[in-house]
Design a protein around this ligand. Structure first.
Ligand SMILES: Cc1cc2nc3c(=O)[nH]c(=O)nc-3n(C[C@H](O)[C@H](O)[C@H](O)COP(=O)(O)OP(=O)(O)OC[C@H]3O[C@@H](n4cnc5c(N)ncnc54)[C@H](O)[C@@H]3O)c2cc1C
Length: 461
């Protein structure tokens, strides 16, 4: 069997957010790295996830700004949305970042191996018959779209997010199955482009992983925007009808549209890659690790979406950096999963870090949790933007802030400060003494902490 090259310190299987971050950090630390990728460096996030969807959402925001311009005294009319033009813009963003990433990886002396890798030994990955041996192996094969039993995706009328990103025309009517992050984002973008959208969600509320109060604001705003939704409603079947689809839910109610987007979550890409054969412990297809991201097989780590938890690009980056440093003997502190920020970039946005009120009460006890909600009605910049929403803080009584939850236009940009507050275990009084620029939406974070520290400014005590 041919040898793929000299032994590497690290062989990484998968070049997405988790894998390439690990490669970059490992090479920075002087380790020799082979990075195996069967498709394109950058993985889901760059090519089929975060970046293209946020470009679509931004184009939608531009369309909304024109459509709603008269409320700001600006007279403009929207002639239409040309999805070919939107796709050109989106693809341009992706290709510039892709080029940059390829250059970066090349500049660090990382050996990129193109092809499908299989774990054939605890220290060996095989690609097209060549073997790559590593002192350490990092599994980073990511995730892919999934469907429900009996729900067949055809890529034409029944789509996954991968197909939805390639649409060439705006669907006049769309049904989105799943009101989580991906479903809410596509529903929001399509509505901005002029589609009639209906979301079907089995759980009792939209964006169900977020604090219930945030879901309420999103639902109210979606109603106002004309996005229909049915929560607590389970999908039963889809039929192809003339020029579209007919979806039936458990209650027997039916919905017709041009297409159905299946946004019911993503499954780990771990089958037939040699993981099980080499004794790596899996659960429902996910790779089990300890808090140092080590699998049960010595020298084999796992990062990113294949590790149970939130499937987010920056979690993958953090995993990758952590593992590289662990391998290099830097003894990094384990990652606090609650401290990983989350943003749903629909309109309005939802951003959170730390614990929701319910989880905090379970953890500390009902009477040990204090919350404070600062309404964006009191925030000058939010009034200028004509957005509604709030900043909600969850605090352990007499202790640090353990959760920050925000909803409203552009609040995703506030998550940077919110995650510092949570991860540095700030007390309300610590943040209250920091000065926030006026007028910004960031001030709402400052005001919320002022109020929780017992000295509200633009808020009723
Ligand atoms: C529509 C959508 C929107 C999203 N938006 C956001 C967002 O706004 N923010 C956010 O943080 N996250 C977002 N995500 C999630 C984010 O994309 C993922 O969490 C992230 O890409 C996971 O990184 P990863 O490295 O674990 O896996 P991936 O990015 O999936 O990378 C895995 C890589 O491994 C390769 N691979 C797999 N098997 C093999 C093999 N046998 N041999 C060689 N290579 C292999 C794949 O080709 C792929 O490139 C979104 C996802 C989707 C689908």
């Amino acid at each position: 069997m041919p040898d793929g090259g000299s032994d590497f310190d690290v062989v990484i299987l998968g070049g997405g957010s988790g894998g390439y971050a690990c490669a970059l950090r490992a090479s920075q630390l002087g380790l020799s790295v082979a990075l195996v990728e069967k498709d394109k460096l950058g993985g889901t996030c760059l090519h089929r996830g975060c970046i293209p969807t946020k470009a679509l959402l931004h184009a939608g925001e531009v369309a909304d700004a024109v459509r709603e311009s008269s409320q700001f005294g600006v007279n403009a009319s929207l002639e239409g949305v040309d999805l070919t033009g939107v796709n050109k813009y989106k693809d341009g963003v992706v290709s510039r970042l892709y080029k940059g990433l390829q250059g970066l990886v090349a500049s660090r002396g990382i050996t990129v191996v193109e092809g499908t890798g299989v774990l054939v030994g605890p220290k060996t990955v095989e690609v097209d018959g060549a073997r790559y041996d590593g002192q350490h192996i990092v599994l980073a094969s990511g995730s892919s779209t999934k469907s429900l039993p009996g729900l067949e995706v055809d890529g034409v009328r029944v789509l996954t997010s991968d197909h939805a990103l390639e649409l060439e025309t705006v669907p006049p009517h769309a049904i989105v199955l799943g009101g989580g992050v991906i479903g809410a984002e596509f529903a929001s973008a399509w509505r901005s482009f002029g589609s009639e959208v209906t979301i079907i969600e089995a759980l009792p509320r939209l964006v169900p992983a977020e604090d219930a109060a945030c879901s309420k604001v999103v639902e109210r705003a979606f109603r106002k925007r004309g996005i229909a939704f049915k929560t607590g409603t389970s999908f039963k079947q889809v039929e192809h009808v003339d020029g579209g689809v007919k979806v039936t839910v458990e209650s027997g109610e039916t919905f017709e549209a041009d297409l159905l987007l299946v946004a019911v979550g993503r499954g780990p890409t771990t089958a037939d890659l040699g993981y099980e054969a080499q004794g790596v412990e899996l659960e429902r297809g996910f790779v089990l690790t300890d808090e140092r991201l080590r699998t049960n097989v010595a020298g084999v780590y796992a990062v990113g979406d294949i590790v149970p938890g939130m499937q987010l690009a920056h979690r993958g980056f953090q995993h990758g950096i952590f593992v590289a440093e662990d391998i290099a003997g830097l003894d990094p502190a384990p990652i606090d999963e609650d401290g990983i920020p989350r943003v749903t970039y629909c309109e309005p946005q939802v951003a959170s870090v730390g614990l929701g009120e319910d989880v905090a009460k379970e953890r500390y006890g009902d009477d040990r949790v204090e919350t404070l909600t600062y309404d964006l009605g009191g925030n000058g910049k939010s009034q200028i933007l004509k957005t509604q929403g709030f900043v909600k803080l969850v605090r352990e009584k007499d202790g640090a802030v353990v959760g920050v939850h925000m909803v409203g236009d552009r609040v995703g940009e506030l998550i940077g400060e919110a995650q510092l507050i949570y991860n540095w275990e700030a007390f309300p009084s610590d943040v209250a003494s920091l000065v926030h620029m006026h007028p910004t939406q960031g001030e709402a974070l400052g005001e919320a902490h002022l109020a929780l520290a017992g000295k509200p400014l633009h808020a009723h005590s």
